[in-house]
Write a protein that binds this ligand. Structure first.
Ligand code: PEP
Ligand code: MN
Length: 352
């Protein structure tokens, strides 16, 4: 349930209502929007009558029931106002959200060695990226495939952060690793295969770093939003959703089917920022640029793109990785579309 306060409601009155609601056994969550304050109510609201609630203060504009199974992730919970995820990086803060420029995340699938991660960081930064991605812990289908360098790769990401000024995003697969990954990463990635790893969702929800939640390869939109709800319910309000392709009957030409329709669909359901990953979404470098462009045109808040200095030699996901040159060229193309939809920062890509 949500309680929408009238414009100009006194702070003391909001606090008083909040206390009263706590006495009713509810957990009020105050959300300060651009114009209005909204209180999201979590708890057993089924038996409550919205009209009865409305009567507790003349400053209450209206009380609405959130019908969706996800509450905190729903658009209604913020009275229709999109949320922003603000991340501090060595170069300054970067905001993911509909009223901000598209945030580009780029880098290799896996962190392979110091030279390659630092070179990639510098190249993607020069092309206009704001975050470096790179896996230290890799979820591989085969136990015989490269599993990632683990903790030592975290050290290399820290060095690349220092050398480039970029923020770092990297995947955490195990609850036991959350704290050490969060020491290095500016954003924690929960991968497609772990989208419904509920202990992991609770753990990343109980720490402060923003969470980049990839869609499970067979997850419905409701399941994905319920996964986000786990993180939000555990106390972390900074969640970015990332579409990375789903599994369909088509397996021959593309690794996955990139579901760009999630952009308008999610906009109607949730306030959370939305990223698109055309690399895992297609599995082929030659298909990545067109889907990246389409994603920006369709309103994505962020793009995640795999870039490797030598894709042919990559230890994972080489076929879908762009070279730094191709990434630089793509960023120039993206700038045209980003500017057309009012989502490109002139300052950030001054070099492009
Ligand atoms: C990745 O980002 O390298 C990755 C493994 O992604 P996903 O979880 O989407 O497969
Ligand atoms: Mn990958």
């Amino acid at each position: 349930m949500i309680v929408v306060m009238k414009i100009g409601s006194p702070e003391a009155e909001i606090d008083r209502i909040s206390e009263e609601l706590k006495e009713w056994g509810l957990t009020p969550e105050k959300i300060v929007g651009k114009h209005k304050v909204v209180m999201g109510l979590v708890g057993d609201t089924a038996s409550l009558d919205p009209l009865q609630l409305q009567e507790i203060s003349p400053w209450i504009e209206r009380v609405l029931r959130v019908e969706k199974p996800y509450k905190r992730a729903s658009l209604e919970f913020r009275n229709g106002e999109p949320s922003e995820v603000i991340v501090s990086t060595p170069d300054g803060s970067v905001t993911f959200g509909i009223n901000h420029p598209v945030v580009t995340i780029a880098g290799p699938c896996s962190v392979e060695n110091e030279a390659m991660i630092i070179e990639t960081a510098k190249r993607v930064k020069a092309a206009g990226a704001s975050f470096l991605r790179g896996g230290a812990y890799k979820p591989r289908t085969s136990p015989y495939s490269f599993q990632g360098h683990g903790e030592s790769a975290l050290g290399l990401l820290a060095a690349a952060r220092e050398a480039s000024g970029l923020g770092i995003i990297t995947e955490v697969m195990d609850t036991a690793d959350v704290d050490k990954v969060a020491e290095v990463a500016d954003i924690l990635q929960v991968g497609a295969r772990n989208m419904q790893n509920f202990p992991l969702l609770k753990k990343v929800g109980a720490q402060d770093k923003p969470v980049f939640l990839k869609r499970g390869m067979s997850a419905t939109i409701d399941e994905w939003l319920m996964a986000a709800e786990y993180v939000l319910a555990a106390g972390n309000s900074n969640v970015i959703l990332c579409e990375r392709g789903v599994r369909t009957f088509e397996r021959k030409y593309a690794r996955n089917t990139l579901d760009l329709a999630v952009l308008p669909v999610l906009r109607s359901l949730t306030h959370l920022p939305i990223a698109i990953d055309p690399s895992h979404g297609t599995g082929k470098a030659e298909y990545v640029p067109s889907m990246a462009k389409a994603a920006i045109a369709a309103g994505a808040d962020s793009l995640m793109i795999e870039v490797h200095p030598n894709p042919a030699k990559a230890l994972s996901d080489g076929p879908q990785s762009l070279t730094p040159e191709r990434f630089d060229g793509l960023m120039r193309e993206l700038k045209v579309i980003g500017k057309a939809v009012g989502r490109w920062s002139v300052e950030r890509v001054a070099a492009v």
